[in-house]
Design a protein around this ligand. Structure first.
Ligand code: SF4
Ligand code: F3S
Length: 106
């Protein structure tokens, strides 16, 4: 499966959503996750993300490993998103910010 990691938080550009052939993105207030039960490993979403938030599960950086479980957990709680929408107005200001986990809204 593929995993959305920290750089998505408060950026949420949603470019990833349009290319997913199986609609496996789930939407929270300021972050998206991938439902690991639905992802077919097509890889298409990876190149779409302007902040390079998406990794194959095996390639998730060491300091982002907790996002594997977080995607699985939140995918069960959040609704599907199937179309790109406008990013938050201040998304670009958060694009280079690290350690954003504390900003995650559930
Ligand atoms: Fe969807 Fe493919 Fe990305 Fe999985 S790898 S989330 S199937 S676009
Ligand atoms: Fe997030 Fe990147 Fe998609 S910022 S919403 S993973 S395009």
């Amino acid at each position: 499966t593929y995993v959305v990691t920290e750089s998505c938080i408060r950026c949420k550009y949603t470019d990833c959503v349009d290319v997913c052939p199986v609609d496996c993105f789930r939407e929270g207030p300021n972050f998206l996750v991938i439902d690991p039960d639905e992802c077919i490993d097509c890889t298409l979403c990876v190149a779409e993300c302007p902040v390079e938030a998406i990794f194959a599960e095996d390639d998730v950086p060491d300091d982002q490993q907790h996002f594997i479980e977080l995607n699985a957990e939140l995918a069960k709680q959040w609704p599907a998103i199937v179309e790109t929408k406008d990013a938050p107005a201040d998304a670009d200001e958060w694009a280079q910010v690290k350690d954003k986990l504390g900003e995650l809204e559930r």
